[in-house]
Design a protein around this ligand. Structure first.
Ligand code: SAM
Length: 217
């Protein structure tokens, strides 16, 4: 096994065991999928899901809002196929691509969510993406992010340094998507969202490192 795998290869090779792994092995996720669904505002008609994968968060959201219209973006075809099969009866617009490249439009969505996908990128890339997400939301819209976050700057710095070291060793260009976890502190996450123009951003849930922040446009 390579020290680091291409993002879509990583998820393609794990697609069959992915759901069980997230629900049973990653502490706090099972509870956070339910919590995220509860946080989706009641009036939501159009929802954007960045890095939707097989749709574990959508499983819970559809239980409360079965008629919601969802745009889901994911880099990994196999994950999207599984989601499409599972929720073939729902209003789903699935886009195979990178959320950094796919245009999100302006004032389209009541709510945007992302679950366990943002812990792979630099502060700069995320802040730019958060700006794009904010613009895609209607006035009063919310962005709900659940992710792997850490407490200390030291820990964050360690993982970014490891990522740099491995990429340098393997000669991987900085823009290429490889699977390596670079979790940020909750404070840095909140600061990035504010820098991206969100009015406020608040941590509302944390079990182990699984953390939810809600950002308000
Ligand atoms: C840990 S999975 C989370 C999937 C789902 N949200 C869940 O919680 O079950 C991360 C997902 O993010 C996707 N992903 C990673 N980088 C991406 C990017 N730049 N654009 C779109 N999807 C991306 C991966 O393909 C993968 O399906």
């Amino acid at each position: 096994m390579n020290e680091i795998e291409k993002m879509s290869d990583f998820f393609t090779s794990r697609v069959d065991t992915y759901d069980e792994h997230m629900l049973n092995d990653v502490e706090g996720c099972k509870e956070a999928y339910i919590k995220m669904a509860e946080l989706v505002p009641e009036n939501t008609e159009n929802l954007l899901d960045l890095g939707c994968g097989t749709g574990l968060e959508l499983d819970e959201i559809f239980k409360i809002y079965p008629n919601i219209e969802v745009t889901g973006i994911d880099l990994t075809r196999a994950m999207l196929d599984k989601l499409g099969e599972k929720h073939h009866d729902k209003k789903l617009n699935l886009i195979h691509g990178s959320y950094f490249d796919v245009p999100l439009g302006e004032s389209i969505f009541d709510c945007a969510v992302s679950f366990q996908t943002m812990h792979h990128f630099s502060h700069e890339a995320k802040t730019e993406l958060y700006t794009k997400i904010r613009q895609s939301l209607k006035d009063g819209g919310v962005y709900i992010e659940c992710d792997y976050m850490v407490e200390s700057q030291k820990e964050e710095d360690f993982w970014y340094a490891e990522n740099d070291r491995i990429r340098k060793k393997l000669g991987i260009a900085s823009g290429e998507f490889y699977h390596f976890d670079t979790p940020c502190t909750i404070d840095n996450q909140t600061a990035m969202l504010k820098k991206a123009g969100f009015e406020r951003a608040e941590k509302v849930f944390r079990i182990e490192n699984t953390t939810i922040i809600v950002a308000y446009k």
